[in-house]
Design a protein around this ligand. Structure first.
Ligand SMILES: [Zn+2]
Length: 124
């Protein structure tokens, strides 16, 4: 079991994962993997107990998730874009953008780019 602070930041509750990245942002889990600017003044409203399994799942979301290069939403999983749509800076795509594109290309080209969780997603 690991114990973390539950903090109130930007009007939301987040688990302070007690880890800071190179840009001095705090890993603050809000249900999706987010980083927030370091703020010594974020009030602590409680404590959260995570099992090793729960903690590993969150860490995996930080590795595989992040900000979608298309919609800018923070997602718990991202993947490389499909062949019809390349991000200029090698950005990755969230499930909702993928599903939207999948429908669009099915209709426009009659070509199915496949499900979000395809082989390529697993190799990420
Ligand atoms: Zn997206």
């Amino acid at each position: 079991m690991r114990i973390f602070d539950l903090i109130y930041i930007d009007g939301r509750l987040a688990i302070d994962l007690n880890n800071i990245n190179n840009d001095l942002e705090l890993m603050a889990y809000t249900g999706v993997p987010e980083y927030v600017p370091m703020s010594g003044s974020a009030p602590i409203v409680g404590t959260v107990q995570l099992s090793d399994e729960q903690f590993s799942k969150i860490v995996a979301e930080y590795k595989n998730g992040g900000e979608c290069a298309w919609c800018g939403e923070i997602a718990s999983e991202l993947r490389k874009p499909h062949i019809y749509d390349r991000a200029p800076n090698g950005g990755r795509m969230c499930r909702s953008c993928w599903d939207h594109d999948r429908e669009m290309y099915k209709g426009a080209y009659g070509d199915d780019i496949g499900p979000f969780s395809g082989e390529e997603a697993k190799s990420q």
